[in-house]
Write a protein that binds this ligand. Structure first.
Ligand code: PEP
Ligand code: MN
Length: 341
């Protein structure tokens, strides 16, 4: 349960609650809010009750992720980018895999020209088949870093296992945990011990609570620089789309958690011509940004060619997405918070 304390008595009641429940359960505080895991209101003393403005029982079990404990948006600050928070909207773009130094450098320029401030690319690739291209490894990290620096961009790349966490952290501004690793709990715990911003992608069969609990593993280690990514889930129909883009996950997550939500229409759809419509849908649904795959020659791409946007299509997509975001933002500014009035 999460308790909202009366401002005037907050410090005193916090002290009482800590003494009463400390060592017996997990306690998390944020401003005048305090979360006590597995405690019920009848366990509170009269003195404690006297300083309480409200008690929230209906919140996700992943309490540190919860807006009920942490009402303000988390804002992740990278050197060139702010992710999350009103008015911030991030474009992350790049090839699925780093293919060569020259190629990632050219793609970084395209990404930047289209308005991206974060360069994405995989150096360690989680491939369905062990015989598919597995990535360039550490060399790929170096090429990505150089390409991002040349364009004054931030860089995000996937970490697949604990073994490579240190070297990935050394090169990247933000690390990605892929869909296939969303419930790799030892990796989540290891990432929780770092202070590196992390983009956690929703597993292909993960519920929203599974995703929030996975984020909680990272937060439990002390790393709360977390963004979540909706990238499509497996459903019964995969004939025309690679996954089913759960667009409703965006407003649901925005309601439940303070972490920024980044939509990935590329992996959700698997086909380039469906990427722009879903990028627009994600923007309209309130996501804090988009991550998208681009390639100048998708037929020759070493991974995920069919879903890659060519440069011209990518730039058209970003201009539409930015225009839509700006328009919606101006309405929100005029009308204030959404209420069912
Ligand atoms: C990727 O971003 O390249 C990737 C492999 O994504 P996902 O983990 O969502 O499949
Ligand atoms: Mn990919």
């Amino acid at each position: 349960m999460i308790i909202i304390l009366n401002n005037s008595k907050a410090a005193q009641i916090k002290q009482l609650l800590n003494t009463h429940f400390g060592g017996k359960t997990d306690i998390f505080t944020h401003g005048n809010r305090i979360a006590l895991n597995k405690v019920t209101p009848d366990q509170l003393t009269d003195d404690e009750k006297a300083g309480i403005a409200d008690i929230i029982m209906d919140h996700p079990g992943a309490v540190q992720s919860s807006r009920a404990l942490h009402p303000e948006d988390t804002i992740i600050k990278l050197p060139h980018t702010q992710i999350g928070g009103y008015g911030n909207f991030v474009m992350m773009a790049g090839p699925c895999s780093v293919e060569s130094e020259a190629h990632v450098s050219a793609m970084a320029k395209v990404a930047k020209d289209g308005g991206a401030t974060v360069l994405r690319g995989g150096a360690f690739k989680p491939r369905t088949s062990p015989y598919s291209f597995q990535g360039l490894g550490v060399a790929g990290l170096k090429y990505l870093r150089e390409a991002a620096d040349k364009q004054n961009m931030d860089m995000i790349t996937e970490v697949m296992d604990e073994e490579h966490l240190e070297v990935v952290c050394q090169y990247a501004d933000m690390i990605q945990i892929g869909a296939r690793n969303m419930q790799n709990f030892s990796l989540l715990k290891a990432v929780g011990k770092t202070r590196k911003p992390v983009l956690l992608k929703r597993g292909m069969s993960a519920t929203i609570d599974d995703l929030l609990n996975a984020a909680e593993y990272i937060a439990a280690g002390g790393n709360t620089q977390i963004a979540l990514s909706e990238r499509g889930v497996r459903t019964f129909d995969d004939k025309y789309t690679r996954n089913t883009f759960d667009v409703s996950a965006v407003p649901v997550l925005k309601k439940l958690t303070h972490y920024p939500i980044i939509a990935d229409p590329s992996h959700a759809e698997g086909h380039w011509d469906l990427v722009t419509p879903m990028a627009l849908a994600a923007t309209a649904s309130g996501s804090d940004g988009i991550v998208v795959e681009i390639h100048d020659n998708p037929e020759k791409a070493l991974s995920d060619g069919p879903q890659a946007l060519k440069p011209k299509t990518y730039k058209k997509m970003t201009s539409e997405v930015f225009a839509l975001h700006d328009m919606l933002n101006s309405f929100n500014q005029q009308e204030g918070a959404v209420v069912n009035g």
